[in-house]
Structures are given as C-alpha cells and as structure tokens.
Design a protein around this ligand. Structure first.
Ligand SMILES: Nc1nc2c(c(=O)[nH]1)N[C@H]1C(S)=C(S)[C@@H](COP(=O)(O)O)O[C@H]1N2
Ligand SMILES: [Mo]
Length: 333
C-alpha cells in the first residue's frame, strides 16, 4: 500500500514491508506529539513494543458478541481460521502507524464509546444511529470470510455482524443514489498518524450501491465471538470479502449516499495503483507487483510462508461475478 519512494526503476522485493520516507518524517512528528503528553499511553506502548506484542488480547478479554452461523451463500468458508493473535497483531490501520505491529500497540487510545454513525445524503430516512441501536437493528451473524490485502497476504476471520443491506433498506435510498461512501473516524487527539501526509484524512471508501446491497457486504461489530478489537476497526467496520482489504473501512462514522463515484483514500493517494473497484483479481497485477499469489498470515515461516494461488474475486466469484458482467476489469481495476 505504500507510495513508490524511488524513481530509478528499483522495485522493492516486498514494497509493502518498507516504510516510506514520508512515514519516517511523520514518525518524528508523532514521537514529538507523544512526548508532549498528547498521547501518553501510546508513548508507553512505543517504548515497550515487544512486551505489548506478547500481551496481545485474546478471546475472553473483550465483551462477548455472538452471532448465529450465517446462511448467506459464501459466508462459511471451511478453511482454517487465522489465529486470533495473528489477526490482532498484524494489521493495517494507518491512523495508528504504518508498521503491521503499530495498530495493536497504539490503538488503545481509540475511544469507541459513545459512538454514532450518521446516515446522510440521498436517502428518504437519514439519521444518526447510536452504536447500541445499530447493533440491534438486525440479528448478528457469524461469517467466516477470507480477507486479502492488496500487499499479498490474507487471513480467514470469523466476523460478527449483519448485511449492510439491512441498514440500507431501512434508510430507503432515493432513485438517484448510485454509490455509497464510507467515512471513517479521523481524530488527531487519539490517532497519532492523522495529520501525517501519508493519506488525505479521513480515510474514506466507497462502493457502488449494488455492491453495498450485496448480501456478502458485512457491517461488522465483532470477530471471534467478541466485539472488534480497536486495531481491527472497533466499534463498527465494513467487510467486503471479494475486494482488496483496503476497501473494508474501519471505525466508520458516516455512511453517505451519493450520485457520483466518490473519491477514496488510496485512489487519491496513488490513482494509478489503486482503482475504485479493487476487486481481488489474480489476472490484473499491481503496477509494482503480481497479484497472482498470496500467503496466509500465521501459516508458519512468516514472510517465507508458502504462497497459494489467489482466486478471482477472492473465491467469491459464484456469488458476486454477475455484478461485473460485461465490465472490462483491467480498465475498472
Ligand atoms: N480507517 C482505516 N480502515 C482501514 C485501513 C486503514 O488504514 N484505515 N486499512 C485497510 C487495509 S489496507 C486492510 S488490509 C484492512 C485490514 O483489516 P484487519 O487489520 O482487520 O485485517 O483494513 C482496511 N481498513
Ligand atoms: Mo490492505
């Protein structure tokens, strides 16, 4: 997900693992901010990274949030679940840092209560939903989804939530609503990297209305039978399993219905690398690396774990393929 830092033709073997220059500069700023006491708790985590990694939360530490096994087609992969420890210590959540271990160490500052999600734009029934009301809006289901990052790694996570379509039906989109934009929290007081130049904050994402209405698109409040850990996007996030991970925005505060394709954080940062659709597609390479294979996090061997073939639409082609019938997926990457 990182912006190219060299123009001399050098291709990083693992671009995703390398911290860009801008991040180093920003980190100096962040360390200063932390030292000033603005993020005291985060400073403590920074200093004791390894100790904290070992004390990674485990199921049983957060509030329980159970869901009935989902019957939505495609929502129950039989693959081995990623260990909770891996799913909660290897994350992308740039508001809390660009290293995979940063969110687990820094996201303890995220304040998840009270929390409201505002639904606005081209809907007949706009409104503000308190988190508790949003959780109760529909029955919680457990869905085991693969989530594949554009960087080439993937996880298998038992999410808890319900189809975003349940909420969309309630708010009654108007006829001219064609897209849904997701706006995530950007709070410089609790998120040390908001204000850095890495992305244009807040982190926003978007889907076409029919993609947002697809039953597999999940409004998620939990995983592994508990509420979401902060680093995974507490208290509410989107999970779109057939798209690269960055389409699944964390810590959502606004859902906006619009007529035109909305801008998205990664598209704004590097339009030639991250398109609006970003469907998992092994046949369309990222400009700087292949998308044909992936490695499952926690499969042993770390970065050298064996790679497996990436599937079209991340394996969800039977369910979602028809959404893109007739579209040129090389052009609409
Ligand atoms: N707000 C916000 N949402 C985000 C991101 C982010 O940096 N900020 N990273 C995205 C990326 S690149 C991925 S791969 C997934 C990772 O989700 P996970 O940490 O729960 O596995 O979250 C996505 N959602
Ligand atoms: Mo990602």
């Amino acid at each position: 997900m990182l912006i190219q830092t060299r123009n001399d033709g050098f291709v990083h073997p693992l671009s995703s693992e390398i911290t860009p220059q801008s991040a180093y500069e920003d980190r100096r700023r962040v360390l200063k901010l932390m030292a000033s006491g603005a993020a005291g708790a985060a400073l403590a985590s920074w200093a004791s990274r390894d100790a904290l990694a070992q004390a990674a939360p485990a199921p049983g530490k957060l509030a329980a949030l159970k869901g009935v096994k989902s019957t939505v087609p495609g929502a129950q992969t039989m693959e081995k679940l990623t260990d909770y420890k891996d799913a909660t210590t290897y994350n992308n959540y740039y508001e809390f840092g660009t290293d995979k271990a940063d969110p687990a160490k820094n996201a303890n500052t995220l304040k998840t209560a009270p929390w409201t999600v505002e639904v606005e734009g081209l809907v007949k029934k706009p409104g503000k939903y308190g988190l508790e009301d949003l959780i109760k809006l529909s029955a919680q289901e457990e869905r085991v989804y693969r989530l594949r990052c554009v960087e080439g790694w993937s996880m298998v996570i038992p999410w808890v939530g319900y189809s975003l379509s349940e909420l969309i039906k309630r708010v009654e989109p108007q006829g001219n609503a064609k897209y849904v934009e997701f706006v995530t929290l950007a709070d410089p007081k609790t998120m040390p990297f908001v204000g850095s130049r890495i992305l244009d904050w807040p982190y926003t994402e978007g889907l076409r209305l029919d993609e947002a209405m697809h039953p597999l698109t999940l409004l998620s409040f939990g995983m592994y039978g508990e509420v979401l850990p902060n680093q995974n996007g507490a208290p509410v996030r989107i999970v779109v399993p057939w798209k690269y991970g960055f389409k699944s925005g964390k810590s959502i505060v606004k859902i906006r219905f619009v007529e035109k394709e909305p801008g998205t954080a990664w598209n704004k940062a590097a339009a030639q690398e991250y398109g609006f659709y970003s469907n998992v597609n092994p046949n369309v390479d990222h400009p700087r690396w292949s998308q044909a294979t992936e490695r499952r996090i926690g499969d042993g061997g770390g970065l050298f774990a064996k790679r497996t073939k990436t599937l079209m639409f991340n394996g969800y082609e039977p369910q979602v393929g028809q959404l893109y019938a007739g579209m040129d997926l090389k052009k609409n990457f």
